[in-house]
Design a protein around this ligand. Sequence first.
Ligand SMILES: [Zn+2]
Ligand SMILES: [Zn+2]
Length: 138
Amino acid sequence: MNKELIATNLRNHHLKVTPQRLKIVESLNTFGHLNIDMLYQEVKEAYPNVSLATVYKNIAIMTENGLLEEVKVPESKSVFEIRKEPHLHLHCSECGKIEDFSFDTEQIRAHAEAVSGYSIQSSDIVLRGICPACQKKR
Ligand SMILES: [Zn+2]
Ligand SMILES: [Zn+2]
């Protein structure tokens, strides 16, 4: 994703284009999933005077406006990603890596509603295990 595309993406989500926001989206585009501290480090590298509070505020508004999504990871810090079609996450309990896993979450939602009677509004499904690379190291 080049800068122009990222800028368009920001504008499409009613967000002002700032160098910091460009950097946040760029980092997430490169690394997939990053927590607040990691995003802060990325932005700081390019803009050393930036404060954690500012990065935090930027991430919050970008999430509110639907450009980013927060993934709540049990027993670990939330990570952020660029919003895309619904999917599950895999979390390696050894190296801490978080990966996307394509799955039709609509199926789970429909089944849960039918069985439980709940009207499901959201879900954070994280499958935890040991990734292939870490299995090889054992
Ligand atoms: Zn691993
Ligand atoms: Zn994801």
